[in-house]
Ligand binder design. Sequence first.
Ligand code: SAH
Length: 341
Amino acid sequence: MENIYNYSLTNLEKLVISLGYKKFNAGQIFDWLYKKRITSFNEMTNVKKELIDYLNENFTLGSIDTLAVEKDTDVCKFLFKLNDGQKIEAVYMNHDYGNSLCISTQVGCNMSCAFCESGRLKKVRNLESCEMVEQILQIEEELKLRITHLVLMGIGEPFDNYDNVMNFIDIINENKGLGLGARHITISTCGLVPKIKEFARYDKQVNLAISLHAPNNEIRNKIMPINKAYKIEELISALKEYISITNRRVTFEYILLKDINDTTKCANELSDLLRGMNCYVNLIPYNETSHIEFKKSDKDSITRFYDTLKKRGINVTVRKEFGSKVSAACGQLRSKHEEGK
Ligand code: SAH
């Protein structure tokens, strides 16, 4: 059996045409799936009986189950079980600009960033596009709202699952479906340089965020092993190429870790590194986790770091802290659930 949520409109059109139906029948099915939110193909009253029979025989509608939900005022964390028993997480955040969702792209992660909880479980497998789509559908159903902004910052490295992620974006961006605007979607990567170059040629205006977390190779090598494969200079040069091709601004994520990367010297070095680039820096207060020894920078260091960047002409913001009550840092809910058994 195949999962219908793996199909972009274009691929669904190809399928129905190959079965002898009309192209517009695919649009009708998309409408039932994403606007009307059917739970059975039999509900599609304007679709031919033979096509419904075909879908019933060959396709499933959904494959993931909600295992746990942790709710707080403006944030809600979901733990999902996939049909092979694996677990992934997603986090809903109510921002003043809209309803934002952070989803996972892999089961586990191979990037082994020293500060990250997700990486404690090595990659088991990539998520299929449908499993990313269904995270959105289930949360919209559970919370009775529509997601307006999406970030690929949950468990996993999106660029290590490039084809499924791009197919997923085609599916959710489609106007006949969820119609999530490309400019409201952000892919976050730890810096897989070849994929950044490929993404620069992608035709949708999806945002790119880079987990930088250090101003030089010495510090970055210590906390992000990917830096041994693609050095900071290579990363920055790929990003300059990306900016010149797409004319789009890049976001740099920078977690402030106490005594590791939060000194004024680091802030100065970071300003030098990013000078002249069309970018902004999002400073992230570290979400501490019991298994990992890193500590969050104190308020004064965060302010000092922010002021230094600002003074040196770098666009900078400090990320609003959301999830500490609900185990919202990547991978924390899954870890907690495993330990609770
Ligand atoms: N692999 C991708 C996306 C997943 S991580 C990437 O590296 O960008 C999403 C973001 O959360 C990254 O910037 C990551 O460095 C950050 N992150 C991981 N653990 C964190 C923690 N405990 N506190 C704050 N941010 C964290």
